[in-house]
Structures are given as structure tokens and as C-alpha cells.
Design a protein around this ligand. Sequence first.
Ligand SMILES: CC(=O)SCCNC(=O)CCNC(=O)[C@H](O)C(C)(C)COP(=O)(O)OP(=O)(O)OC[C@H]1O[C@@H](n2cnc3c(N)ncnc32)[C@H](O)[C@@H]1OP(=O)(O)O
Ligand SMILES: N[C@@H](CCO)C(=O)O
Length: 353
Amino acid sequence: MFEGMVHMSRNYITEVNDINIGPLQLESGATIPSVSLRYERVGPVGAPVVLICHALTGNHVTIGNNEEPGWWSGLIGHRLAIDTTKYQVITFNVLGGCNGSTGPLSINPNNNRPYGKNFPNITIRDIVHAQYLALKRLQVDEVFAVVGGSLGGMQVLEWGLLYSNIVNRLIALAVTPTLSDYGIAYNYISEQSIISDPAWNNGDYNSPSEIRGLEIARMIGMVTYRSAELFHERFGRAESSDGFSVTSYLKYQGEKLASRFDPNSYLTLLQAMNSHDIGRDRGGWKEACKKYTCPILAISYEYDLIYDPNSIAEFASHTPNATYHHVSTKFGHDGFLTEFEKWSWMVQQFLES
Ligand SMILES: CC(=O)SCCNC(=O)CCNC(=O)[C@H](O)C(C)(C)COP(=O)(O)OP(=O)(O)OC[C@H]1O[C@@H](n2cnc3c(N)ncnc32)[C@H](O)[C@@H]1OP(=O)(O)O
Ligand SMILES: N[C@@H](CCO)C(=O)O
């Protein structure tokens, strides 16, 4: 699907486009003078809107097309669990991202240079607020469901507290009510890996693909997104002339991310994840849980190192109208991006309930 492309029949819309929401005041008090969000929108005109929130390195291309399927094309589409014959599905590239929305790669109108490392600190609430304003511009005043995992799940939880008046259902995957200290610790190691790389050059680098610190950050991430069991099953200490198979896999994943992601955007989003705490200024997370008014489906994934299944179960037990499911998987945290046959039925059932 090409950016800016719109196919609109009388009854059905398929588009990737940008929407400008003007200046955005952040939770910190700072203002970004002009914010634009890129989005993908697919589904029948006038159908109930399902808003999808992507994870750390995801983007707005959730469904994609036959040539380039999106990252959730196994879950969302024609007659799939999130059925694009019934729902109009909208995904925004997040504020602070690097796939078309305003972020560190964007030009700062105050000096006509890319923001780079001077992009302001943002929070999950800022990301959600920007989406809310964008939906208003798109004349969407009711959201049937908000769905997302990990960083996307953080947005789902905030949607249910910031804009409960327009949301009917929440589906929060692989996410806890606060980012754990363990999660913050791994984010710190990733951040240090990037900023201590001389090629990062204090955020003023030549090309992201030169920044080995980003590759290493991705390797660290990949180890936390999977499980020891999965690695053992896949790699079994196999070796080639390049060394262990598992190390060649991590090298490949590191290089792949560095070829598609902006390091300053990665840093911005890690810092936004660290801010995640539904209880901030709401009397703590257990008090915040009591404020949810719509039904919530919370799903945890076995071996998720960062978003502990027990914490997700505890969140659900404190939240009125929450349904909790646990998925058995060796994929760990990345379970929300894989093995849809194991859990997509829960999503479908919840949307139809
Ligand atoms: C929701 C979000 O925001 S995240 C966005 C989705 N993420 C992405 O698209 C990028 C990250 N990708 C992923 O996380 C994964 O591909 C998933 C979760 C989507 C799917 O996971 P898996 O099917 O387990 O893929 P896996 O992690 O094994 O990666 C496979 C790749 O590693 C390569 N690979 C596998 N073993 C090795 C090895 N020993 N040495 C080198 N490369 C290897 C494969 O060739 C394959 O390459 P390709 O991606 O170019 O086709
Ligand atoms: N695989 C996911 C993990 C973070 O939730 C990503 O790359 O965004």
C-alpha cells in the first residue's frame, strides 16, 4: 500500500494517509507546534471503529496488502478475528515514531532542522491524546474497541481512563498496569547501548544503520521478547562457520532493525514506555483500575519476562468487568505477534459479546 493512497468506493475505504492535528500540549507542559499522524484505515464506511495500537517497533501498517502484509495481517482482515467486513480498522503510527508521524525525524519549525535527540519527552498519555485528536479530525466520535499489545497495550489501558466516554471495549495484550522495574532495567541497558556508541554522535548521526548500539539494543530486546525454551528448540546449540546459530540470529535481527528504525525514535519510545503507570496522579494503579467503565479483555503470554502474567492476572482481579486469559506459548512476550490460532478466538468472542 502506498502512503497517501486512498481507495474509497461508496461503501468501503482502504487508505494510508496523514492527518494534522495542529499544536499538541504534552503532559510535561511543553508544546509540539505541529503534529501529524500517519494512519492506515480499512473497512466499511460507517462501520464500528476498531482502533489498533502498535508496539515498540511496529507501525501503522497493520493489515497491509498481499505484497506487503502488515504486522497483524494474521489477526485482522477479511473474515479474520477482527473482521474488516464488519469493522473499520484504524491504526496510527505513534507520536514519536519514525514511520510518518511527528517524531525525532520531523522538522522542528522553530529552527527548520530535524528534532533529533531534542524531540521532547513524551508519555503514553501524550500518544493517546494525539490519537484522540486525530480521530476527532477524522470525524470518529465513538470507538467500538481499542486493541494493542506491549507499548500498544499501554495505550489501550490509557484510552480506557482518558477517554472512557467514547470507548466501548478494551483488549490489552501482554501489558501490565505499570512498566516493571525489570522492564525499565532492560530499557536502560538498551538506551545506554545506543547513546554510548560514538556513531550516535550525541543524536546527530549520519545514518541509523551505522549505529551498532541500536543493533545491540535490538538483540537485548529480542532475548527478552522470546524464551529460553524457544531458543533451545530452534537453535539447539547448532553452529556454522559464523558461530552459534542463535548468535547469527541475533546479529540478523539487530541489523534488520537498524535498517528500518530511527535510533532517536527508539530512545523516545523507550522513555515513553518507562513513563507507563496508569496510577500516576490517579492514586496508584489499584485505584486507577476501579475507574475503568467498559469491559476489558486482558491476555498474558507464558514466559513473558517483562510483562509478568501474574501481574496481568492481578490487574484483571482489581478491575471491574475484566476478563483474563493466559496463553501457553514458548514465544514469551512476542506471543501477541504470533500463533494467532491460540488466542484470536478470544478476541473475536470478546468483540462479539
Ligand atoms: C506489534 C509490533 O509493533 S511489532 C511489529 C512486528 N515486528 C516486526 O515486523 C519486526 C520484528 N519481527 C518479529 O518480531 C517477528 O518476525 C515476528 C514476531 C513478527 C514473527 O516471529 P518469527 O516467525 O519467530 O520470526 P523470527 O523472529 O524467527 O525471525 C525470522 C527471521 O530471522 C531469520 N533467521 C532465523 N534464524 C536465523 C539464524 N540462525 N541466523 C540468521 N537469521 C536467522 C529468518 O531468515 C527470518 O528472516 P526474515 O525476517 O528476513 O524473513
Ligand atoms: N516484537 C515487538 C516487541 C515489543 O513489544 C516489537 O518489535 O515491537
